[in-house]
Design a binder for this molecule. Structure first.
Ligand code: 3PG
Length: 212
């Protein structure tokens, strides 16, 4: 992955994982994240509004780093990139999607949860992977065990991460950044409580500063 993007992800430390049902929520959400001090998001392709939401976020906050998550097929890579996504995240390891991104110079964090997945990523020349679902798949202890043989790899764990455990992950040198939805909860988006999202984002940034 290119060094600028790596450095950006590392300096943010936390990547909000966003699920947007309605495109009209995208711009205020982006502004709330920016106000909270985390101008970065992984917008998941779990909803029909994902593609347009990425465009709307980039339009509202041009300097924000916006990636696309839950990419399950190659065609979604182009959809996401055309909408303005700057990186791709997959929940599971998919060799076809990963190769496609590498061949087209598109930054990708392929999903892994086992040494087998990490080996498959390594084989394609990838050195940054998502680790998902982090807590359920063995958490930090599992990442540390995998990182022993795969010491060239860095990880973006997501799944079950929040204020209680984010610092433990971030204190480990092989963690590039953590991802999670705790500061962009579904109910706050539904209630259009963007002030709450900005507030919770600020709390995440404050925790981050304790460890990085
Ligand atoms: C993801 O896709 O990375 C996860 O859904 C985020 O996990 P969380 O909702 O437990 O933070």
């Amino acid at each position: 992955m290119n060094t600028t993007l790596l450095e950006q992800l590392k300096s943010f430390g936390v990547v909000p994982v966003v699920v947007l049902e309605h495109v009209q929520d995208a711009a205020p959400l982006a502004k709330a994240l920016e106000e909270g001090g985390l101008p970065v998001a992984e917008v998941t392709f779990r909803t029909k509004a994902a593609r347009e939401s990425i465009s709307a976020m980039k339009q509202a906050c041009p300097d924000m780093l916006v990636g696309a998550g839950t990419i399950l097929k190659v065609s979604q890579v182009d959809e996401a990139i055309n909408a303005g996504a700057q990186f791709i995240v997959t929940p599971a390891f998919d060799a076809e999607i990963t190769k496609y991104c590498l061949e087209h110079n598109i930054p990708i964090l392929p999903g892994t949860s086992t040494p087998t997945d990490v080996q498959a990523a390594y084989k394609l020349g990838v050195d940054v992977v998502k680790f998902f679902p982090a807590e359920q798949a063995g958490g930090l202890a599992m990442i540390k065990a995998i990182a022993a043989p795969y010491n060239m790899m860095t990880f973006m764990p997501t799944g079950g991460i929040g204020p209680k455990n984010m610092k433990d992950y971030l204190a480990y040198e092989k963690i590039l950044c953590v991802g999670g939805s705790w500061m962009v909860k579904k109910e706050w988006i539904e209630q259009r409580d963007f002030a709450k999202i900005a507030e919770e984002t600020k709390k995440a940034v404050a925790l981050l500063k304790e460890v990085r």
